[in-house]
Design a protein around this ligand. Structure first.
Ligand code: 3HC
Ligand code: NAI
Length: 693
């Protein structure tokens, strides 16, 4: 049964029981209707309590059903909520842990709501590119007021139950046993008539027109091409401007419109992609994991410091090892400064700030890190340096310790071979800034133990990262793909673009940052070193030398105050640099290229399809387990627009045949040799299939 029915004296208790989060799928909705009928038909029952089993009241509508006819099958969520709202006996929602989306909408249809402290209350539909479609936009403003409800609906951010206890959302906050409290409450209100209904409440906001207009303007500016947030505002506006039933109809029409958008499909794809990424078919969920109680990091540079902060943020004490006291002091000082800045922004209390700093210590001696359960190496990207470090780690680290490397491109199997325990070696590729970026590429070596992989996946969760597993290859999933994207960006400069045109086109598509602004942020010298290493014995690989010429000018990016753009001290804004644009045009002339006007569409297609094509090779070679893993890498590590679902999902929405035809066209142009359509892409396109099944 997906909902249980119990009788406790004169109170019927309906417990949603659809693990993991009591999603309100067809079976659960049907079970609630049946249970309600039983309660209504039983004269001995005076009141009804609805609650949820396990770790949620309810996480809302069953998102898995959205693409199936089940979502539309009666009883719909509307029917369930109407039945509850029209009940002749009082219905009380007993809320705990998670009450989201349709779950909160169901609770709002009840006559009363009692909650345990700490419950996360949200209408997060906007994060799935939709809006609350079962009355949330009409009922929440009636209990929370216009402003607070609008904020919650447009942001989708959860609010803790105790913070809402003063509002009409909750009738009581129950410390201690929720069910006992809910039963006592139910008995108390059993005979109270008339039954209170949220739909009957008035929204008191005299100046609502001005507020709604202000909200429309702000949301429009922030949401860009993503449609859901503005529709949320319109639906909430209807709660004030229309009668309840008309508002409900309006909400429904907007919901139906949004649920069919590509943006919503992309966000739903991303939701499940994130959750499936942590699952590895040959590493079952019950694979034993190793305890990670203490950690060590080698190297206190850009990455080492950020990685150490991740451990400290998760409450894991961490020691950083450096070669020289000076480098160690500098690294520790940077960490302190980062924490203090977060504290100054009000995001960390002074106590927590000191607590976290206190979990991080430094050392110059390997013996001090020997007892750590995991060590993450973040030294220079040089195989010789990595070799020396891993040989030493093999010598000193306790047996069973996980030996991880943060290398961004090097062969993890080779690194493992420097030790006598390759089963304990794994790649943990954090992204910069490591304490901020969500992505953790977990590089599974040929000999990496299953328990080591399972432990690292669990660790990613603990560090609040999205762990995505990659096989071993140069650049793994993310950087291997970005190489093709960067190559196309370089070619575009040779053929007629300037950096700002490329960046603007890509940012208009929705990327957080275009390739040249991103390169200036990451440091142009990093790519320069990688190209030198990569292409030295690959003369057949063509690439634009423009980026090398830029580096020869000493323009390494923001850190040197000059890169593809000029920067002013203390300002991250990119200003077009005439000297760079002149260099680009001159280089085209040297290559005897007649520069041409290139459309934004061509820019976006060449960059994004370059990612897609390399992604298809990566998928075919088994470097990535699934197309959705590649999407996750790009959504969480490279600023790919979330509402486009990642490069592989985006290609699916464009149609693989269209993608492959565009590649054929570009293959005939200048620098066309860079386009070698991946056999998997060609095959799927010919079969009319998609990457994501
Ligand atoms: N429908 C179907 N499955 C869901 C789900 C939902 N609403 N919410 C979570 N799940 C599944 C996940 O896919 C995952 O499945 P898996 O174990 O097979 O991978 C499992 O539940 C656990 O999810 P998490 O790993 O995310 O668990 P957490 O404990 O970290 O988080 C949560 C729980 C806060 C509920 C989080 O899952 C979440 O935010 N869920 C989405 C909530 C949401 O967006 N609700 C609105 C749905 S749309 C709606 O209600 C429309 C209505 O207005 C008409
Ligand atoms: P960095 O140059 O900022 O820091 C490296 C640190 O390692 C320096 O402080 C140096 O003193 C120390 N070090 C060098 N050899 C050592 C040794 N033998 N023992 C102890 N300490 C030693 O380098 P960064 O950027 O932090 O990169 C580190 C690793 O992370 C590299 O493998 C890099 O490819 C990878 N990486 C870098 C990213 C970035 O954006 N910077 C992103 C993802 C991975």
């Amino acid at each position: 049964m997906t909902a249980e029915y119990q009788v406790k004296g004169a109170v019927a208790v309906i417990t949603l029981n659809n693990p993991p989060v009591n999603g309100l799928g067809f079976a659960t909705r049907s079970a609630v209707v049946a249970a309600m009928q039983t309660a209504l038909n039983d004269d001995a029952i005076k009141a009804i309590v609805i609650t949820g089993a396990g770790k949620a009241f309810s996480g809302g509508a069953d998102i898995k059903e959205f693409n199936s006819p089940m979502a539309l099958m009666e009883p719909s969520l509307h029917t369930v909520i109407n039945m509850v709202e029209n009940s002749t006996k009082p219905v009380i929602a007993a809320i705990h842990t998670v009450c989201m989306g349709g779950g909160l909408e169901l609770a709002l249809g009840c006559n009363y709501r009692v909650a345990a402290p700490g419950a996360q209350i949200a209408l997060p539909e906007v994060k799935l590119g939709i809006l609350p479609g079962a009355g949330g936009t009409q009922r929440l403003p009636r209990v929370l007021g216009l402003e607070m409800a609008l904020n919650m609906i447009v942001s989708g951010t959860p609010v803790l139950s105790e913070k809402l206890v003063q509002t009409a959302l909750f009738d009581a906050l129950i410390d201690g046993d929720l069910m006992q409290g809910a039963l006592a409450f139910a008995n108390q209100v059993a005979d109270v008539r008339p039954l209170p209904k949220v739909r009957d409440l008035k929204i008191d906001y005299p100046n609502y027109e001005a507020f709604l207009q202000f909200s429309r303007n702000t949301v429009k500016a922030m949401a860009g091409p993503f449609p859901a947030p503005l529709k949320c505002v319109e639906a909430v506006a209807a709660a004030v401007t229309k009668k309840f039933d008309d508002g409900m109809k309006f909400e429904r029409s907007l919901f139906i419109e949004l649920v069919q958008t590509t943006e919503s499909k992309a966000l739903r794809h991303a939701f499940f992609a994130e959750r499936i990424a942590g699952k590895v078919p040959d590493v079952p969920a019950d694979t034993p994991t190793r305890a990670i109680v203490t950690a060590a990091v080698i190297g206190a540079g850009t990455m080492g410091g950020g990685i150490a902060m991740n451990f400290a943020n998760a409450g894991i004490p961490v020691k950083i090892l450096e070669m020289k006291q000076e480098a160690l002091d500098k690294g520790l000082a940077t960490i302190r400064k980062n924490y203090e800045n977060t504290m100054k922004k009000g995001k960390l209390t002074p106590e927590k700030c000191e607590q976290r700093i206190g979990l991080i210590s430094g050392t110059l001696a390997y013996e001090d890190i020997a007892p750590a359960d995991i060590v993450v190496e973040a030294v220079f990207e040089d195989m010789g340096v990595k070799e020396a470090v891993f040989k030493k780690l093999d010598e000193v680290m306790k047996q069973g310790a996980i030996l991880a490397s943060n290398t961004s491109t090097l062969d993890v199997d080779k690194i493992a071979s420097f030790t006598k325990r390759p089963q304990d070696v794994i790649g943990t590729h954090f992204f910069s800034p490591a304490n901020v970026m969500k992505l953790l590429e977990i590089v599974r070596g040929a000999k990496t133990g299953k328990d080591v992989l399972a432990t690292t996946l669990a660790l990613a969760k603990k560090l609040k990262k999205t762990g995505v597993v990659s096989g071993v290859c140069d650049g793994f999933i993310g950087n291997r793909m970005i190489e093709q994207y960067s190559r196309q960006a370089g070619f575009l400069l040779e053929e007629g673009c300037l950096p700002e045109q490329v960046d603007q086109a890509v940012e208009k598509f929705g990327f957080a940052m275009g390739p040249f602004r991103m390169a200036d942020l990451a440091g142009n010298d990093i790519g320069w070193h990688i190209r030198k290493r990569r292409y030295i014995d690959k003369p057949e690989v063509t690439y634009s030398k423009t980026a090398d010429l830029l580096c020869e000018m000493g323009r390494f990016g923001q850190k040197t105050g000059a890169g593809w753009y000029d920067y002013k001290a203390g300002d991250r804004k990119a200003y077009p640099a005439q000297v760079v644009n002149d260099m680009i045009v001159k280089h085209s002339a040297e290559l005897r290229v007649e520069r041409r006007k290139i459309s934004d569409q061509e820019i976006v297609e060449r960059l994004v399809y370059a990612l897609v094509n390399e992604g298809a090779y990566i998928l075919d070679e088994g470097i990535a387990m699934r197309a959705s893993d590649i999407d996750m890498v790009y959504l969480t590590g490279y600023g790919f627009p979330l509402f486009r679902g990642g490069p592989m999902f985006y290609a699916d929405t464009v149609g693989l045949l269209n993608v492959s035809m565009a590649m054929e066209k570009y293959a005939k142009g200048r620098n066309g040799s860079a386009w070698k359509p991946a056999p998997l892409l060609v095959k799927l396109a010919a079969e009319g299939k998609t990457f994501n099944g």
